[in-house]
Design a protein around this ligand. Structure first.
Ligand code: C2G
Length: 133
């Protein structure tokens, strides 16, 4: 059983998120997703539209996802990799190189981001539409 983990906010779920989750699952047999809590998002300078509980429920409904855990800090990754016996750590390549310290503990894979879609773009586009009404 090859175990994979990935991290993120996953707010306003979109095809870019699904693409990374699908490809992360393809790296093994069991996918753990650590979702940023609302408090940790504040540390990242992000304010998610959906609460942690809502984002957790949505991610748990996705066929590629086997377990959702909270991401509370930047420092928990090594502990998570050991605690959940993780073989592969996956992130989109906007994080390329940022988590190479995990190579001591597991495989580290950065996958190409899906171009043209992001939660920020969704929020911006919706604001423009609302403004035109
Ligand atoms: N992603 C992607 N393509 C997009 C948008 C996002 O592949 N068009 C990927 C990101 O690269 C990331 C994942 O989807 O791997 C989740 O993205 P976010 O929810 O924006 O997460 P982020 O704020 O990058 O948090 O400790 C790591 C952080 O929690 C990552």
């Amino acid at each position: 059983m090859k175990r994979v983990i990935t991290y993120g906010t996953f707010d306003l779920l979109h095809s870019g998120h699904i693409n990374i989750l699908r490809r992360a699952k393809e790296q093994g047999d069991y996918l753990i997703v650590a979702i940023s809590t609302d408090e940790f998002n504040a540390l990242k300078g992000k304010k998610a539209y959906y609460t942690f509980e809502q984002r957790k429920m949505i991610l748990e409904a996705i066929r590629y996802v086997d377990l959702v855990i909270p991401e509370n800090t930047w420092e928990q990754k090594i502990e998570d990799v050991q605690k959940y016996d993780v073989d592969v750590f996956v992130m989109g390549d906007d994080w390329e190189g940022k988590f190479d310290f995990l190579k001591e503990y597991c495989e580290v894979v950065y996958l190409p981001r899906t171009v043209g879609i992001s939660t920020t773009k969704i929020k911006k586009d919706l604001k423009e539409v609302a403004g035109k009404k």
